[in-house]
Design a protein around this ligand. Structure first.
Ligand code: ATP
Length: 333
């Protein structure tokens, strides 16, 4: 993972902003406003295309090293990856980190939950390698390599150690996919042997889902392949309160991508109803990764205090509009 994000001018950093479509532009504008109020000077390179990530946006992302992203209105085309998956690939990211931590006052099922899902994102069946064998028969290819598995396992254990986490659970289905998931499990365990300070466990994915919904506090860090990680991170977010719980951070050999963790919310576009908090938690993560630790911490406290005070949008049971929530957050900074 590169830490050499280029800077633009003294103390100014450039960020590639891809607001996307639907409520993406609204919540992106709220994030820009809050970051400005924090006094962090960002040179926003905005690419407003709602339905595609242009070559210019991609080139810019490679140069800035930081992407803040909404949701794209892209048509599904056979043989083409969705824009988000294509972006991760084009920017050579291979790990996505989702920390599921409940926002106080968000009515989470498990308010004390604090769980990390680290997901390999360069291969597995999620890479979209599919073809038609004959009429009415398709085949999807699940690729698992030792090299990519070692890479994600080393990253996950190093992350766990750096964050003071105690236990890492390898998620797999090697009872059925004995070769591919067998390789994933064995490779992760071998890497884990070099981290004796982190307890290693393993669990079959279906059993994990059952255990998670009953008692998520028995897990600390989950290390998963691409498809299981996609599903498990949404379960974890749901248990910790839904869209406010778990921003998405993708890293790899190039740029880092910070993505708002919700869908299009087509029904509330342009009505001052979009909850700004999920995008603001995403922006907080980005500030932290940029080294703006003080601003990130001030934003975290403001988000928590405003939600705890009951200043919330309707999806969280409140009656405030998006702008009123943002105003309250800025006042609390
Ligand atoms: P997608 O179809 O894009 O994959 P989805 O099916 O998960 O997304 P959405 O349309 O994003 O669903 O949202 C489901 C419900 O949650 C909708 O009623 C939507 O308004 C609401 N919702 C999603 N994001 C937000 C937000 N940021 N603020 C308020 N409500 C939201």
């Amino acid at each position: 993972m590169s830490d050499s994000t280029p800077t633009v001018g003294a103390g100014r950093r450039a960020v590639t902003l891809l607001p996307g479509a639907w409520i993406g532009p609204e919540v992106a504008a709220h994030a820009q406003r809050v970051i400005a109020a924090l006094g962090v000077d960002i040179d926003w390179h905005v690419f407003p295309d709602p339905d595609r990530i242009s070559a210019a946006a991609l080139a810019d992302a490679r140069q800035t090293g930081l992407v803040l992203k909404g949701r794209f209105d892209a048509q599904r085309r056979p043989g083409a990856l969705p824009p988000t998956v294509q972006l991760r690939k084009d920017l050579a990211t291979w790990a996505t980190i989702r920390v599921a931590r409940a926002l106080p006052g968000s009515n989470a099922r498990f308010p004390n939950m604090d769980l990390v899902v680290i997901r390999e994102t360069s291969e597995d069946i999620y890479a979209g390698l599919e073809h038609e064998i004959t009429d009415g028969v398709y085949e999807a290819v699940k690729v698992t390599t030792k090299a990519a598995t070692e890479r994600i396992a080393r990253f996950a254990y190093a992350y766990a150690r750096a964050q003071g986490r105690k236990k890492l659970t390898i998620v797999h289905k090697s009872n059925i996919m004995k070769k591919s998931d067998g390789l994933f499990l064995k490779t992760c365990q071998a890497v884990g042997a070099g981290f004796p300070d982190i307890q290693t466990d393993e669990v079959i994915v279906d059993a994990l889902c059952m255990k998670l919904v009953r008692n998520p506090s028995q897990f600390d860090v989950l290390l998963t392949g691409n498809l299981f990680g996609d599903i498990v991170s949404d379960i974890a977010s749901g248990l910790a309160g839904g869209i406010t719980a778990s921003p998405s951070h993708s890293v790899g050999d190039g740029a880092q991508i910070f993505e708002m963790p919700h869908g299009k919310a087509e029904d509330i576009v342009g009505q001052d109803k979009a909850n700004p908090v999920p995008m603001l938690r995403t922006a907080r993560l980005m500030l932290d990764a940029m080294g703006e630790k003080d601003a990130a911490e001030r934003l975290r406290r403001a988000l928590f205090s405003v939600t705890e005070a009951g200043i919330k949008t309707a999806d969280l049971g409140g009656s405030a509009g998006s702008k009123a929530v943002v105003d309250a957050i800025i006042a609390a900074l």
